[in-house]
Design a binder for this molecule. Structure first.
Ligand code: C2E
Ligand code: MG
Ligand code: MG
Ligand code: MG
Length: 297
């Protein structure tokens, strides 16, 4: 049992919801230290830090990478990589997510601008925003600062939010989204179909993209139910003038189905898992070389 392993062998892999109070406190302390170390360049490496990985977003028709999604990673000094679902909830509950999220937005903007400065233009970067972060008064200001500081054009930044987040306070959410949109930042709805937004609410969201949740993509080749859901999301999105992206695309069959049914974009292990910034840079450079060869005939 986790408890018998003692404090220093905290069971990171129990589901967070079942974690005991003591486990939560240990996890929380770890999160605080990691945040501190992440924000302090001089902190010792053994403190454990956050870093970002990036997953390509690909145009289904052309196969080109047009953007990336930033995903946080936490390397714990004793426990190794802790997956986000194990700590994002607690970061939310404790409010730490606000500072962590600010670091994510700033780092992602800085990285995206570095790619652009290296001549890899047109790339967009998407950042996940959780409920507590989205509801925070200073969100818009923080995003504006990250853009200004990095020099990234607002049109190159997208924020991914979930339906459940938006439904917590519908009016406030719509207002917040309008402010972000007015700044030039795009918005997309992540994990679409797993939350509870009403269709009338959807109509009032100033978003540009719907993201089909990976739970509907997983069995797309065999499940006629999942096919029906994917088709419904694609046609709903298109009728509302939105782009539709599928996440968790792992197989050719899934890709072929989505392509045949006019889904616009995809993300998933089939093209690439989330990778470090350097690898994205290589992939972009390779793509640019292929473009030049094609142009040269
Ligand atoms: P999400 O935003 O829906 O991200 C998609 C998740 O699916 C990522 O998990 C990604 O690594 C994983 N994935 C990508 N391609 C495939 C595939 O082909 N098959 C499968 N089975 N999975 C795939 P990850 O990185 O563990 O993140 C999980 C969730 O944690 C994210 O879901 C997001 O809600 C949250 N998260 C991650 N980074 C951040 C962050 O910086 N801030 C906030 N607030 N939340 C974050
Ligand atoms: Mg996402
Ligand atoms: Mg998602
Ligand atoms: Mg998800």
């Amino acid at each position: 049992r986790a408890k018998d392993l003692g404090k220093h062998n905290f069971q990171f892999y129990t589901r967070e919801m079942n974690a005991s109070v003591e486990e939560k406190l240990v996890l929380l302390e770890g999160l605080r230290k990691a945040l501190e170390a992440t924000l302090d360049a001089d902190a010792p490496a053994h403190a454990g830090r956050f870093h970002l990985v990036y997953q390509p977003k690909v145009d289904l028709r052309t196969g080109r990478m047009f953007g990336v999604e930033a995903l946080i990673r936490w390397r714990h000094p004793e426990h190794g990589l802790v997956p986000p679902p194990r700590f994002i909830g607690l970061a939310e509950e404790s409010g730490l997510i606000v500072a962590i999220g600010e670091w994510v937005v700033r780092s992602a903007c800085r990285q995206a601008q570095a790619w652009r400065a290296a001549g890899l233009e047109g790339l967009t970067v998407s950042v996940n925003v959780s409920a507590r972060q989205f509801e925070e008064k200073r969100l818009v200001e923080r995003v504006a600062n990250a853009l200004r500081e990095s020099g990234l054009p607002p049109s190159a930044l997208e924020l991914e939010v979930t339906e459940s987040l938006l439904m917590r306070d519908l009016n406030q959410a719509v207002e917040r989204m309008r402010e972000l949109k007015a700044m030039g930042v795009s918005l997309s709805i992540d994990d679409f179909g797993t939350g509870y937004s009403s269709l009338s609410a959807l109509k009032s969201f100033p978003i540009s993209t719907l993201k089909i949740d990976k739970s509907f993509v997983r069995d797309l080749a065999d499940s006629t139910d999942d096919q029906a859901i994917a088709l419904a999301v694609i046609s709903l999105g298109h009728r509302l003038n939105l782009r539709v992206i599928a996440e968790g695309v792992e197989t050719e069959q899934q890709r072929d189905f989505l392509l045949a049914h006019e889904c616009d974009e995809m993300q998933g292990y089939l093209f690439s898992a989330p990778v470090d910034a350097e690898r994205i840079g290589e992939m972009l450079a390779q793509q640019a070389r292929r473009d030049r060869m094609r142009l040269a005939g």
